[in-house]
Design a binder for this molecule. Structure first.
Ligand code: NAD
Length: 361
């Protein structure tokens, strides 16, 4: 024990409820606790039925349902959400759905200060962060503001029973990516390290159970528990190369969010491992494996997830543009990243070859 402890940790003021049925039976009570009486319920089109059920459960505390959420929160979608919230005289919002619905709730909170209750239906983790995103003229801007952090998060495994198995796996690996990058973040703390390792362990086990039995409420509960842990790591730390690459691949090339995270993660960890051996060891421990990057690729590939950026529709010619964009931005990473480095990581992910010790990064 020679290391001198040196950390700063802040615990964000989010209340978390997790139980089967909570979307309908806990959301009204949570609204009452917050003193909210005119809530606008938000969702995307696909989540409209669940959003209406939550609205019915809220009864007179519901001021309306708005099903206009879209991926990556386009600016006009945010504008429309603000207009609807103001016209309804809402005193808060309930976002029902994945990162897209929660993203709309955050965009409304950013502009109006209205408090947000999140009822997540994926494992993206957005509900645990003060990070907002807005897409305008083909570019996604993000920022941090405590005003957008949901006041209460209601995790209901019953909502995730309908999440297709393939999306469950990639969304779960999207959550793993938060925990992996938290392990080597400059603002990691002993608590985020514990949370990240347990989040990875719990998510890996839960995804295997979800694939074996997508209707299993215990498996779905464990996956949401893991998503909560991984999401809280995302909220508490600053992400590195992996999130930057995925941001570019999604924002500039329109690649799907969760699938992109799933393909890229093993290669970024293989690149960063020499500069962050403790993080790689923690991931390996959590996955009960020798080599963390290989174990990540085996986990998602074994559960049927895509393995290469080529499969996701990226063109080989796009790799250099993506590498230049990712390397040209400022973000903390345990290992410095040149354009050539970013290109090597992207090329390996494009091909989907094993990221093991032989990888020439
Ligand atoms: P999403 O919300 O767009 O959902 C993905 C798809 O799954 C959609 O088609 C949706 O309709 C469907 N879906 C969601 N829940 C379902 C369910 N239970 N059953 C059946 N279908 C369901 O995507 P996501 O992966 O949850 O989130 C990605 C978005 O969130 C991105 O825009 C990303 O940038 C953002 N994000 C933000 C943060 C943050 O901290 N701000 C964190 C993570 C993700």
């Amino acid at each position: 024990m020679t290391d001198i402890l040196d950390f700063t940790h802040e615990t964000p003021p989010t209340r978390v409820v997790l139980r089967p049925g909570a979307a309908l039976d806990a959301t009204p009570e949570e609204a009452r606790r917050l003193g909210l009486r005119r809530l606008l319920v938000l969702s995307g089109e696909r989540g409209a039925r669940t959003a209406r059920a939550v609205a019915d459960a809220l009864g007179p505390a519901c001021a309306g349902v708005h099903t206009g959420a879209r991926m990556h929160v386009p600016a006009d979608v945010a504008d429309r959400g603000v207009t609807v919230a103001r016209a309804a005289g809402a005193d808060g919002c309930v976002a029902v759905g994945g990162g897209s619905a929660i993203g709309l709730g955050k965009a409304i909170a950013l502009r109006t200060g209205l408090p947000l209750i999140a009822v997540p239906s994926t494992y993206s983790g957005s509900e645990m962060t003060p990070v907002w995103g807005l897409t305008e003229h083909g570019a996604k801007r993000t920022g941090r503001d405590p005003a957008v952090l949901p006041r209460t998060v209601v995790y209901d495994p019953l909502l995730t029973l309908s999440l297709p198995v393939a999306l469950s796996v990639t969304s779960g690996v999207n959550a793993l990516a938060h925990a992996v990058e938290a392990l080597y973040a400059p603002d990691a703390s002993p608590l985020t390290a514990l949370t990240a390792e347990e989040g990875i362990r719990a998510m890996a086990a839960a995804l295997t159970s979800v694939v074996a039995g997508p209707e299993s409420v215990p498996a779905r509960s464990r996956a949401l528990y893991a998503a909560w842990l991984c999401g809280s790591c995302l909220g508490a730390t600053t992400m590195g190369l992996h999130h930057k690459l995925c941001h570019v691949l999604g924002g500039t090339f329109g690649l799907p969010h969760a699938e992109t995270h799933t393909v890229v993660l093993p290669y970024v960890l293989a690149f960063n491992a020499p500069a962050a051996p403790g993080a790689a060891a923690a991931v390996a421990r959590a996955l009960d494996a020798q080599d963390a990057p290989e174990a990540l690729r085996d986990l998602s590939g074994g559960l049927g997830a895509p393995r290469s950026l080529a499969e996701l529709g990226l063109k080989e010619d796009d790799l250099e543009v993506a590498a230049a964009q990712a390397a040209g931005q400022a973000y903390p990473n345990p290992r410095p990243v040149t354009v050539q480095d970013a290109l090597a990581v992207l090329r390996a992910a494009y091909q989907g070859r094993p990221p093991g010790p032989g990888q020439a990064f």
